[in-house]
Design a protein around this ligand. Structure first.
Ligand code: ZN
Length: 282
């Protein structure tokens, strides 16, 4: 199943187009995504059933898709979770999970315009997991069952603020408006050939900058969920940015940052692509 959002309403995305969830379910689910994540297993069963699969799909404009998240209670992001990225940042790979947040106001849709507040904004393509079932002290083996699905994300990062102070300022420097695009849709795990080995990457104006595979995560998605859930309760609809591979602009010599007028395209096998148009500061 591919679950997206158009004009605030949940839609199932099929080869034939978009199916409005609220209409097709006679009001049982939707239109908002929060209620769907709260009743994820019930919804997933409905989406596989005849009422949903037999519903008429309508053409839609892919550029109009919004982020497939509702109002997440928590957004987590993981740092230094690929060894080659830690090395390019001049740091040791994470031995303990490195966790920060991206504030909810930074969430953007899969096709979006992102104003650059400074000349030192960097890309970080990541695979994003969205929680479907509450998770508290779950084991690694139980963790995938708590995931509704995956999407592509960018953990856009303003490096000057991030690195300026005595300690890194991850959360704020990575939460400017538009700095957390997610999409194009939530894709359920059964749609993926291998949920533990997803190829992904990003390109600036057609030039590949990052290419990675989630099989190289230092903390796998189930390990992240298990580890987080030892401390906090994960709620349906919560969002986890799982870490970026090497190839960010900060790690280059000389360093390279995003410029107004450029287009950043982030893609992943089986998940699609998202597109960020960088613009002048607002
Ligand atoms: Zn990141």
């Amino acid at each position: 199943m591919k679950l997206g959002r158009l004009a605030g309403s949940a839609v199932l995305i099929t080869n034939g187009g978009a199916i409005d969830v609220a209409r097709a379910s006679g009001g049982r689910f939707g239109p908002d995504l929060d209620g769907i994540y709260e009743r994820w297993s019930e919804f997933a069963a409905w989406a596989d059933g005849p009422e949903a699969t037999g519903a008429a799909a309508e053409d839609f404009d892919e550029a109009a898709l919004e982020a497939p998240v509702g109002r997440p209670r928590q957004i987590f992001a993981i740092g230094l979770n690929y060894a080659a990225h830690a090395a390019e940042a001049g740091l040791q790979p994470a031995r303990d999970l490195v966790v920060f947040t991206k504030f909810a106001s930074s969430i953007a849709g899969p096709v979006s315009r992102v104003p650059l507040p400074t000349g030192t904004v960097d890309w970080e393509v990541e695979i994003v997991a969205i929680i479907g079932e509450e998770a508290r002290r779950v084991t690694i083996d139980e963790a995938w069952d708590r995931v509704a699905g995956l999407a592509i994300g960018q953990d856009l990062s303003e490096r000057t603020m991030q690195l300026h102070g005595q300690t890194p300022q991850f959360s704020l420097a990575k939460s400017h408006p538009g700095f957390s695009p997610v999409g194009p849709a939530l894709v359920t795990l059964d749609e993926l050939p291998d949920r533990d080995a997803i190829e992904f990457g990003c390109a600036v104006d057609g030039q590949t900058m990052q290419s990675g595979n989630t099989r190289n995560l230092l903390f796998s998605i189930p390990e992240i969920i298990s580890e987080l859930s030892r401390v906090v309760t994960l709620y349906p609809g919560d969002v986890i940015f799982t870490g970026t591979p090497d190839g960010v602009g900060l790690g280059r010599d000389p360093k390279v940052y995003l410029q107004p007028g450029q287009t950043l395209v982030s893609s992943a096998a089986g998940l699609g692509e998202i597109r960020s148009e960088l613009t002048e500061a607002e």
